[in-house]
Design a protein around this ligand. Sequence first.
Ligand code: ADP
Ligand code: ZN
Length: 222
Amino acid sequence: MVPGARLVILGRQGAGKGTQCMRLARHYVVPHISTGDIFRASVKAGSEFGLKADEFMRAGKLVPDEIVVGVVRERLCQRDARLRGFILDGFPRTAAQAEALDKMLDEEDMPLDLTIDLEIDEEAALRRLAARRVCSTCASIYSTSRPPSIDWTCDNCGGEVVQRQDDTEDAIRKRLADYNDLTKPLIAWYEERGALATIDALGTPDEILDRLVAVIDARKRP
Ligand code: ADP
Ligand code: ZN
């Protein structure tokens, strides 16, 4: 049986968290929990909750901590996450979220194996974000330089591949600024606890997956 894993993936927008987390989720057979994907799905479903999240997202603003923490708590308590673990993508993003997560995992006796910072500089991130395209059904990620094989329909599910509504210049700038102010300090916070690995995010998706699996496996089998 493939052993599970409990991971947090940090990194600037455009680092490739979504792409790699999907691959890691298949590799370790654990759920990929992306708060951005959860919010986008609720926007698509048109729920009241989605309408609220949509306002923040379009403006490139963070959804308030209490809301995000509640969503993650609910998801982490489901059976698959309890039994096999999880890959958290896009959470935590603020100190309050990191503290809430710490407390939650402590209470549920689900310690993290590792936190990974996928490292990319701001210039490369901007270039990637401008080229990013996503499947509006399953959230698979493409780019203008790596499009799906047939006419912007998703290779994975046949859904329509589009540019995200918050991948506009203004919203991208706001999100990158928030990353520097609020999320980047978490890297030092996890590092102090001796639970951080840094991985270079430049390279092909296969190369980066190999780097990730190597540090995760080394951590799980010291
Ligand atoms: P990106 O990393 O490119 O900003 P995501 O898909 O991770 O994209 O998130 C999209 C949007 O969802 C964010 O701009 C924010 O509005 C909201 N969001 C996602 N995760 C969080 C979080 N942990 N805290 C607050 N807001 C979040
Ligand atoms: Zn798809």
